[in-house]
Design a protein. Structure first.
Length: 182
């Protein structure tokens, strides 16, 4: 004859094993789920203020678009949230692409004048200039992001010998595992 206390103890132990197993399985499945690459737009919120440094920001001269214009000299601003990518298609390299803010705009003066206009605004936002060779035709800035990772910003001319169309690119590391193999 089995003792009532022992039966109760066996049942509680079995219940504990089932609960621990269930919690463990749920935790293992949950920990494998990669979070959204930019939950709540936290990275994008750190990148988009840089647009205020551009000539024409907030005016019809620099419209926000949902896809890149077909005309190579049409001004635009576009933002791109991260997407799942593997770059090379191999297993184990899948992760999040970068968060991107991009613009194409007209500016009839040179790079030094553009940098002089942009630098104070970017400095207020915590961006620091990165030295480039004088002949590069590109100005760059960087900033550590509150969400981890780094932000990079570059501006360069898209034409020679007297450029009037410029490319502005700001990228930030997504939250979660980054794509590799690129």
């Amino acid at each position: 004859m089995e003792q009532p206390g022992r039966t109760r103890w066996i049942r509680l132990a079995a219940l504990a094993v089932v609960l621990v197993g269930t919690v463990g399985a749920v935790w293992a499945a949950w920990s494998r789920i990669d979070p959204d690459g930019d939950p709540g737009g936290q990275v994008m919120d750190q990148l988009t203020p840089t647009l205020a440094a551009l000539p024409g920001d907030g005016t019809p001269a620099l419209p926000t678009v949902s896809q890149l214009p077909t005309s190579p000299d049409a001004p635009y601003v576009i933002t791109m949230e991260p997407h799942r990518d593997s770059c090379d298609g191999r297993p184990g390299t899948q992760g999040w692409s970068q968060v991107v803010v991009q613009a194409g705009f007209h500016w009839t003066r040179g790079l030094p004048q553009l940098v002089a206009r942009m630098a104070p605004r970017l400095a207020e936002l915590g961006w620091k200039g990165v030295r480039q060779p004088p002949t590069s035709g590109t100005a760059t800035w960087s900033k550590p992001l509150r969400t981890g990772g780094d932000g990079f910003l570059s501006v360069s001319s898209e034409g020679d010998p007297s450029p009037s169309f410029w490319q502005f690119d700001v990228t930030g590391d997504a939250i979660g595992k980054a794509a590799s193999g690129c």
